[in-house]
Design a protein around this ligand. Structure first.
Ligand code: CP
Ligand code: NVA
Length: 327
């Protein structure tokens, strides 16, 4: 369990901003909030009454938008969705947007392309800034994913996550968070689609301290063999649409289908951050099959982000309390 208010007032730009005990504390709180939600007590803990969240989204979203908005409402607060109204750096500088928003609201979620924009916003805003996806990282996704893995297997010891596809933002956050939590994270990617080498170095350094491992192979079957989690994401991320055809060719052998999944064994679970392109990176049979926990992952975005919001912007006395029955 995290110490009282340990995340109070902080930014979440990268999963590497969090220690293992902070992540575990967040997951305990999320489990409590999920239990309340499942019991129908959706607003049992209005920990964010009077709090407001600005959501600066420069890319489309279903899950991130709706889970943050619904989460704020369930916690007694309010979210304001801003899209083309605020053209960051064009109508107004990033610095000036930060210096206005910090006077109005309690936290900001930003979804944009360049990670540097999120860093700049956070540097100039005195309130917490949460990365709701940049081309470098997707920390809220990885937190929900590792929470889902803990829910499924009960612990992180012995977990092997095999990512098949692009060394992208989702892989980066999974590698960093997986390394923090001491699991093995494998990647099979086609030539030319390797992850950012600095992030890999950081993940390797974290893994060296926790007993985790960061592993690469060119053959999807090789990384999937013996894995407990088989993970994939779109071959073309938002903002890369001009490369769609080229990527479809490059990733042709990297589909998660029944044949590939057979290498992992029947106990393995299948994950995808969504949105999925059925018939491309994953088949419908696998996505809708018995090993898929894809929609659990999606659901857990709600509970994990609610826990995060309570820790970042809840009143210090509430933020220090576990939100439900879990120890
Ligand atoms: N996984 C995810 O972040 O989904 P959205 O792009 O719909 O928010
Ligand atoms: N890698 C994908 C994730 C979408 C949630 C993208 O950046 O578009």
């Amino acid at each position: 369990m995290s110490t009282a208010g340990s995340l109070q007032g902080r930014d979440l730009l990268s999963v590497a901003d969090l220690s293992r005990s902070e992540v575990e504390g967040l997951f305990d709180r999320a489990a409590g909030l999920k239990a309340e939600f499942r019991a129908g007590r959706r607003d049992a803990q209005p920990a964010l009454a009077g709090r407001t969240l600005a959501m600066l989204f420069q890319k489309p979203s279903l899950r991130t938008r709706v889970t943050f908005e619904a989460g704020m409402a369930q916690l007694g607060g309010h979210a304001i969705y801003l899209t083309n109204d605020v053209v960051l750096g064009t109508r107004e500088s990033v610095r000036d947007v930060a210096r206005n928003l910090e006077r109005f609201v309690d936290a900001i979620v930003i979804r944009t392309g360049p990670h540097e924009v999120a860093i700049e916003l956070a540097a100039h805003a005195a309130i917490p800034v949460i990365n709701g996806l940049t081309l470098r990282e997707h920390p809220c996704q990885a937190l929900a994913d590792l929470f889902t893995i803990r829910e499924h297997f009960g612990e992180f010891a012995g977990v092997v996550l095999a990512f098949v596809g692009d060394g992208n933002n989702v892989y980066h956050s999974l590698a960093l968070l997986g390394a923090t939590l001491g699991i093995e994270v494998r990647l099979a990617h086609p030539p030319g689609y390797a992850p950012n080498s600095r992030i890999v170095e950081r993940a390797e350094a974290l893994a060296a301290a926790t007993g985790g491992r960061i592993v690469f192979a060119s053959d999807p079957a090789e990384v999937v063999a013996g894995a407990s989690v088989v993970y994939t994401d779109a071959w073309t991320s938002m903002g890369q649409e001009a490369e769609t055809e080229e990527r479809r060719d490059a990733f042709a052998g990297f589909q998660v289908n029944a044949e590939l999944l057979a290498n992992a064994g029947p106990e393995a679970i299948v994950m995808h951050c969504l949105p999925a392109h059925r018939g491309e990176e994953i088949t419908s049979a696998v996505m809708d099959g018995p090993q898929s926990v894809i929609f659990d992952q999606s659901e857990n975005r709600l509970h994990v982000q609610k826990a995060l919001l309570v820790e970042l912007i809840g009143a210090p006395d509430l933020a220090g309390q576990p939100a439900g029955g879990q120890p």
